[in-house]
Design a protein around this ligand. Structure first.
Ligand SMILES: NC(=O)c1ccc[n+]([C@@H]2O[C@H](COP(=O)([O-])OP(=O)(O)OC[C@H]3O[C@@H](n4cnc5c(N)ncnc54)[C@H](O)[C@@H]3O)[C@@H](O)[C@H]2O)c1
Length: 271
């Protein structure tokens, strides 16, 4: 199990979740190595700028690391960019980590790995993945690679099926799917510190009153979320969102993946 003085690599450290985690973890975790395509101006810490698909760079970054928090990823782009980052990049990060002897991988998976489940089913990671497109399928691929890493090499991991990570809930759906910044930090820290999570997959949501996904293995992991999107309901109502409709049995989307499920696939240059 990684100790707070061990080297922990965070990929995608310049992004929304990366910014929250490097701020939230740096007080306790003294040896963070931060990487992204670009270091944000004036960002403190030790940084290496690199593309996650760059094999040599990933090998250099993983040297001496005990744990990796893999956040770098593309969403809402085109399929070619998705493949570059979420397939090739994920492969290079995980393989470099394995060859470097990394013991723990915390992985930003997504609710889109189970996005085709009807919203009426309290979806749990122990149920078969039902991705709502290439994005969710590649997230599920990452979870499966980590399962094989555990069974073949003893590398432990926690894959987080993150819902809607934002400072605040943004719409009706996120009253169920919100993951707050403070709960994101709690989830990452529990994932680093658990003595033996195996190859755990958990849903990554706050303790939302309207949560429609299962809290499976949150207690086992030691994840105790403290935020609830419901406390922001009136803010959403003032923005014009129909925050009362669940009480009438109507929900914004029929599936857990929200607009990804009925929506078109990401654009591609393929004809
Ligand atoms: N934000 C959410 O609601 C949400 C939900 C589910 C899953 N996730 C996953 O969590 C992770 C982080 O999400 P986020 O909200 O911080 O996203 P973000 O877009 O803010 O950050 C992603 C970071 O990855 C970096 N990146 C992209 N391509 C890269 C490449 N080829 N090489 C190196 N770095 C690269 C970007 O520069 C960016 O800083 C992603 O993998 C995302 O799929 C996020």
């Amino acid at each position: 199990m990684p100790q707070p003085t061990d080297r922990v690599v965070i990929t995608g450290a310049a992004g929304a979740i990366g910014t929250t985690l490097r701020r939230g973890l740096s007080a306790r975790w003294s040896n963070l190595l931060l990487t992204d395509l670009r270091r944000p101006p004036n960002a403190p810490g030790t940084w290496i700028e690199a593309d996650v698909a760059d094999r040599a760079a990933m090998a250099r970054i993983m040297e001496g690391a005990k744990a990796v928090i893999h956040l770098a990823g593309a969403a809402g782009t085109d399929l070619e960019t998705l493949w570059h980052t979420n397939a090739t990049g994920l492969f290079e990060v995980f393989e470099a980590a394995r060859h470097a002897g990394v013991e723990r991988i915390v992985y930003a998976s997504s609710n889109h790995a189970h996005g085709m489940y009807p919203i009426t089913i309290p979806v749990a990671p122990s149920m078969p993945a039902r991705p709502d497109g290439h994005y969710g399928a590649l997230k599920a691929y990452g979870e499966l690679v980590l399962r094989s890493f555990h069974e073949k090499y003893g590398i432990t991991s926690v894959s987080l099926r993150i819902g809607t990570y934002r400072d605040l809930p943004i719409d009706q759906r996120s009253l169920a799917t919100w993951l707050s910044p403070n709960d994101m930090t709690r989830l990452a820290e529990a994932s680093l510190l658990h003595p033996n999570p195996g190859a755990l997959v958990v849903n990554g949501y706050s303790n939302n009153t309207r949560l429609k996904a299962a809290r499976e293995n949150w207690d086992f992991l030691g994840y105790h979320p403290e935020d609830d999107a419901e406390t922001h309901r009136e803010m959403l109502r003032a923005q014009g969102f129909d925050v009362d409709s669940p009480d009438r049995g109507i929900w914004e989307f029929n599936e857990h993946g929200g607009n990804y499920a009925p929506g078109p696939e990401l654009p591609t240059t393929l004809k």
